[in-house]
Design a protein around this ligand. Structure first.
Ligand code: NAP
Length: 253
């Protein structure tokens, strides 16, 4: 057994459960808590030197504010939230413990951390930051250190704009009223891959993606660029301007 224990609030499902499995495999004692399962927060604070908050975004501030004040100074409070600015600030305000923001850039469907990107946002203290940077890197993850602001700006593109684009396509397909069974008969592999992503956004992960899109302060300015380019593209298509569109795609316009 390694020399510290890890408590995961939200460790009964989703990304928290995935990491509970990873940490246990890596030799750490892990305590998990959900809404009904698991010990009270005070017990977790007493037993675990590291506490990770991995609950849905809408519940994250409340959990940070309950957990933060009961943690000792030499412990670590960390979160897995997909947005960092607001939540790293909240952790710093809620606790005197060391604080590190963490965003694993993958979902619960992966089987290993090997080759996966993980962002760490240093906030208070160096000791735990070094321990987790070395632990994740030692397990093959690609660890990048970033400040919360840079993280959120990048996520506005990687998650925000990307999911916005998928939603736009799915909404247009929905409005076209083409039967899904008929669409399937005409589908290409690339279209199927896109539809699979769309199903996740419109299905069981809808709440997560809705929070990611509405909570990122840098997404509106990217959507304004999207809108500008949408008008440009629409004009070229309506005018049948093939060479203009081709020049735009080659980056010459
Ligand atoms: N899913 C991803 O791909 C992914 C990737 C990276 C980061 N994240 C981030 O990780 C966090 C969790 O996302 P998720 O998708 O893993 O969520 P999820 O699948 O909905 O799982 C949430 C977990 O939180 C627990 N929970 C919910 N409300 C709670 C509360 N008030 N107190 C204590 N536990 C509570 C649930 O436990 P019970 O159901 O047992 O109550 C469950 O174990 C979010 O901040 C998200 O942005 C998600």
């Amino acid at each position: 057994m390694n020399d510290f224990s890890i408590g995961i609030i939200g460790g009964t499902g989703g990304i928290g459960k995935l990491f509970a499995g990873f940490f246990a495999d890596w030799g750490y004692a892990v305590l998990v808590k959900g809404r009904k399962k698991g010990p009270p927060l005070r017990e977790i604070a007493g037993q675990c030197q590291v506490v990770i908050v991995a609950v849905p975004i809408a519940a994250t501030l409340e959990v940070i504010n309950q957990m933060g004040p009961i943690m000792p100074k030499d412990a670590l409070l960390m979160d897995f939230t997909s947005l960092k600015g607001e939540f790293v600030k909240a952790m710093l305000a809620a606790t005197e413990a060391e604080v590190v923001g963490c965003h694993p850039l993958f979902g619960p469907d992966v089987s290993s951390s090997r080759g996966q990107n993980i962002i760490l946002c240093p906030a208070r203290g160096e000791r735990w930051l070094g321990i987790f940077r070395d632990l994740f890197a030692g397990k093959g993850a690609v660890v990048t250190i970033a400040d919360p602001d840079e993280h959120d700006r990048m996520m506005a593109v990687i998650q925000g704009l990307n999911h916005f684009n998928t939603i736009m396509m799915e909404l247009a397909v929905r409005d076209s009223k083409i039967k899904p069974s008929r669409l399937e008969k005409f589908s290409t592999p690339m279209f199927r891959t896109k539809q699979k992503t769309g199903k996740r956004l419109f299905g069981e992960s809808a709440g997560l993606y809705a929070s990611i899109l509405t909570g990122n302060p840098y997404l509106p300015e990217l959507i304004a660029m999207y809108e500008k380019n949408l008008s440009l593209l629409k004009g070229l298509i309506q005018r049948g301007d093939t060479s203009g569109l081709s020049e735009l795609l080659k980056g010459k316009k």
